[in-house]
Design a protein around this ligand. Structure first.
Ligand code: UGA
Length: 432
């Protein structure tokens, strides 16, 4: 099948590459010429394990092309996938200006019947808007169908999630469009759930909001566990045996970040507000998360009478491991607050440092390794659970830090490991 994908962020590029891998003829379109030139050489604009290998393989196979010229991308396409960003507006709603621009460009350049698939996360009703913009601007007498096909991949495991996802959701107005898209996805061998367009658009928001709710729920339980002397990890494990609950997304920590949960929870509150529904539960989820992101600061303040002048090693900056993405990362909130308290922050992350420099306060100093950060610090924080931190020899903290104290925002170690290392260990929802 001939497929054009507009937008080469996480969703667009991974989708394009994976569709090429199952032998579709894919062209990825982006307005950024430098990005296009790099991608033609197999250089990915984002860090994502396994992505560049698949890009190179499919470019060489002839199934994957790139262009910054829309007309070239659209001319042969049977399916056009919109995967541009829908950033958050100041009021929390999704900004649809990039979606609108793509719809106009499709209307201008398509010369044959086409299915336009919205993969970007968009408010319910956006596909109606896309259809209308296309119809209002169409230059040729062709038949354009729209479909909703939300994405469920996670950064850091995007390729695996695409090939081994739990489901593919297709929302259409007619069975014929649904069957063409079903054929497109057939090689993935995944369960396909077909529904109407509005429900499909809602499935995406409801799924992300539910996962965010699980996280805020366990974080609240974690905070109570801490006060009662219970262990949230055991609580989550015990809950997780119940299939109705499930163990996934019950890891207590310093809250969720990234480009999706924060944006999508706010957007769903807005969507609900648009139909005069006050989504109180989701508002609380957001509120709990905001508090949770700065919890380590409270713990530091409770531990040190006067933290001013202390140097802290901040290990991990990305919003989660295996990505260089700093969007809505807890490290930003923490670095800002620690500096305001008069502390010196020495930060290290295996790959997110360059992105972090654009987000963190200027006063933050960057180290080339965790060892380098720790050796210059009084005590340490773990903000992102990278494997290299989990594998760290905790005993070394006695030697490297002025005070062997570790605040672990991601529960990377067992209480026994910390005890054996002889360090003072403050983790999340577990006895100190
Ligand atoms: C999330 C969803 O998991 C994907 O299904 C969805 O497609 C994607 O958003 C999207 O809408 O594009 P992502 O944001 O890449 O994916 O990452 P997650 O692995 O879901 O983690 C999100 C945040 O939740 C991270 O900050 C992570 O540290 C936090 N988290 C996750 C927890 O604090 N506890 C957990 O148990 C799980």
């Amino acid at each position: 099948m001939k497929i054009a994908v507009v937008g080469t962020g996480y969703v667009g590029l991974v989708t394009g590459v994976c569709l090429a891998e199952v032998n579709h003829d894919v062209i990825c379109i982006d307005t950024d010429l430098q990005k296009i030139k790099n991608m033609e050489q197999g250089i990915s604009p984002i860090y994502e394990p396994g992505l560049e290998e698949l890009m190179v393989k499919n470019i060489n196979k002839g199934n994957l092309k790139f262009t910054n010229i829309h007309v070239e991308g659209f001319k042969n396409a049977e399916v056009i996938i919109i995967a541009v960003g829908t950033p958050q507006m100041p009021d929390g709603s999704a900004n649809l200006q990039y979606i609108e621009a793509v719809a106009k460009s499709i209307a201008e350049y398509v010369t044959k019947d086409v299915i336009v698939v919205t993969k970007s996360t968009v408010p319910v009703g956006t596909n109606d808007f896309v259809r209308q913009v296309i119809l209002d601007n169409l230059k040729c007498d062709v038949n354009v169908k729209v479909a909703s096909n939300p994405e469920f991949l996670r950064e850091g495991s995007a390729i695996v999630d695409t090939f081994q996802g739990d489901r593919i959701v297709i929302g259409t107005q007619d069975e014929e469009t649904a069957s063409i898209l079903e054929m497109m996805y057939e090689p993935f061998g995944l369960p396909i759930f077909k529904t109407d367009i509005y429900s499909s658009e809602m499935i995406k928001y409801a799924s992300n909001a539910f996962l965010a709710t699980k996280i805020s729920f366990i974080n609240e339980v974690s905070n109570i566990c801490e006060k009662l002397g219970a262990n949230v990890e055991d609580v989550a494990n015990g809950m997780g045996f119940d299939n109705r609950i499930g163990r996934a997304f019950l890891n207590a920590g310093i809250g969720y970040g990234g480009s999706c949960f924060p944006k999508d929870t706010h957007a769903l509150v807005q969507i609900a507000g648009g139909v005069h529904h006050d989504f109180e539960l989701l508002k609380s989820v957001i509120e709990v998360n905001n508090k949770q992101q700065r919890l380590l600061v409270d713990k530091i303040k409770a531990r040190f009478e006067n933290p001013e002048g202390k140097t802290v090693a901040m290990l991990g900056l990305a919003f989660k491991p295996n990505t260089d993405d700093m969007r809505e990362a807890a490290s930003s909130v923490l670095a800002r607050e620690l500096i305001q308290l008069g502390m010196k922050v020495i930060a290290y992350d295996p790959i997110a440092i360059e992105n972090a420099k654009t987000q963190l306060p200027q006063q933050v100093i960057y180290a080339n390794s965790s060892e380098e950060a720790l050796k210059q610090s009084d005590f340490a924080l773990i903000v992102t659970e990278w494997d290299e931190f989990k594998q760290m020899d905790l005993g070394k903290l006695q030697e490297w830090l002025t005070e062997p104290i570790l605040f672990d925002g991601r529960n990377c170690f067992t209480l026994e490991q910390a005890k054996n290392a002889g360090i003072e260990y403050h983790s999340m929802g577990r006895p100190s």
